[in-house]
Design a protein around this ligand. Structure first.
Ligand code: PMP
Length: 430
């Protein structure tokens, strides 16, 4: 396999973009590789500039639940593009899309579209602080909620992958209002509420953590957060940027049947175009400008191309049996990988919820960030490079998820399992 063209592009990229990329984890640093530069994609596959084909499990970091360039999504985008790409004036598409989201996500009665997950969480916090008149936010170590200042504390994803403790440039005064606690540790949350419950505006949580690898909530964790927020009149924010429309048509809230006050969405909701959204009960959402005083705006928000791609995607997700099929495929992949791991005799813990999963190179279940960072990242790097050589593209970091899409065929899954078997066997004893 040659990656000469990617190498050339990476060199050019490094002199004009920081680290040669527009988002840190793409760089491949954590797995000792240069990034492969993609030239095209279709269904479950991506092709790089050198013409190598890979089965893709990054799926644009989650949005592509239907795989790349799904015909219905492409046609919706084309159709809208021919009539203009942005107006900054309301469209019917935004209304259709908002109605679709409200119909599918149980706790959302009103929604505001933004352009990224970062914007969604940042705006949700502003709203929660305004509604409660309080300042403090509780988050969990290893959860990533985008790169806004007050959420860049004990973050997952690129922050942990690259070993950056928070970020320079974030003033201490801002993060003094953010309390970070261990994921899945309800008594720690209880204790903080006992100490400062009346100052806490909101608890923000990934209902399934997907930015420290994949860590499911333990039984009672989400329910416990709901109860504590109710008891102290704080708001519960589910960051469903990954889990929204991935775990069920109604996201993690429907999957676990725990309802947040505010839901943050992104990724799948844009069908591969840049979108985010936050929504909740009408009485809360009405506080957002212009019906309320909480200011939040966006030149390209509700962009017609993004709305069209998102709407086309969400409509397909309503097809009866969609999530059942995806679960079957994901379970098949998990089972195959488990067997490959056990045959190779390496230490890897597979954790999966629906079509998101990951393999931690360590023994014993991972329940929080402390557990996750005890994984052998060198082993993951070896595994990643081996899988790439065998035509499988995984997230270039131990602390990210793999995503199965409806475009992955059983043949693709078998190829993946075979590749893992081969690579893991080679790794034994290294
Ligand atoms: N929240 C979660 C749970 C995420 O996974 C991400 C991105 N991976 C974000 C927020 C931020 O979204 P974006 O990258 O679109 O700003």
């Amino acid at each position: 396999m040659t990656v000469e063209k990617s190498k050339e592009l990476y060199e050019r990229a490094c002199s004009v973009m920081p680290g040669g990329v527009n988002s840190p984890v793409r760089s491949g640093k954590a797995v000792g590789s240069i990034p492969v530069f993609v030239s095209s994609a279709s269904g479950a596959y991506i092709w790089d500039e050198d013409g190598n084909r890979y089965v893709d499990y990054v799926c644009s970091w989650g949005p592509l639940i239907l795989g790349h360039a799904h015909p219905a999504v492409v046609s919706a985008i084309k159709d809208v593009a021919e009539r203009g790409t942005s107006y900054g004036i309301p469209t019917k598409l935004e209304v259709d899309m908002a109605e679709q989201v409200v119909k599918m996500v149980p706790s959302v009665e009103m929604v505001r579209f933004v352009n990224s997950g970062t914007e969604a969480t940042m705006s949700a916090l502003r709203l929660a602080r305004a509604v409660t008149g309080r300042k403090k936010i509780v988050k969990f170590g290893g959860c990533y909620h985008g790169h806004s200042d007050c959420l860049l504390v004990s973050s997952g994803s690129g922050v942990v992958t690259l070993g950056i403790p928070g970020s320079p440039g974030v003033p201490e005064e801002i993060v003094t209002h953010t309390v970070s606690l261990p994921y899945n540790n309800l008594s720690a949350v209880e204790k903080v509420f006992d100490e400062m419950g009346k100052e806490i505006a909101a608890v923000i949580v990934e209902p399934v953590a997907g930015n420290m690898g994949v860590v499911p909530p333990e039984k009672g964790f989400l329910e416990g957060l709901r109860n504590l927020c109710d008891r102290w009149s704080a708001l519960l924010i589910f960051d469903e940027v990954i889990t929204g429309f991935r775990l069920s048509p109604g996201g993690a809230q429907r999957y676990y049947n725990v309802m947040p006050d505010i839901t943050c969405l992104g990724k799948i909701i844009g069908g591969g175009l840049p979108v985010g959204a936050y929504g909740g009960r009408s009485e809360i959402m009405r506080e957002v400008a212009p019906s309320g005083k909480v200011y939040q705006a966006g030149t390209l928000s509700g962009n017609p191309l993004a709305m069209a791609a998102g709407l086309a995607t969400l409509k397909i997700l309503e097809t009866p049996g969609f999530y059942e099929d995806l679960e079957k495929k994901s379970a098949y992949l998990e089972k195959g990988l488990r067997e490959a791991v056990s045959d190779a005799g390496v230490e890897m813990v597979l954790q999966r919820v629906g079509s998101m999963g990951c393999g931690f190179f360590r023994s014993g279940a991972v329940k929080n960030f402390e557990d996750a960072i005890k994984s052998d990242t060198n082993a993951y790097a070896l595994f990643w490079r081996g899988m790439l050589e065998n035509g499988i593209y995984l997230a270039p970091s131990q602390f990210e998820a793999f995503f199965v899409s409806s475009a992955h065929s059983y043949e693709d899954l078998d190829r993946t399992i075979d590749a893992a078997r081969k690579v893991l066997k080679n790794m034994r004893g290294k």
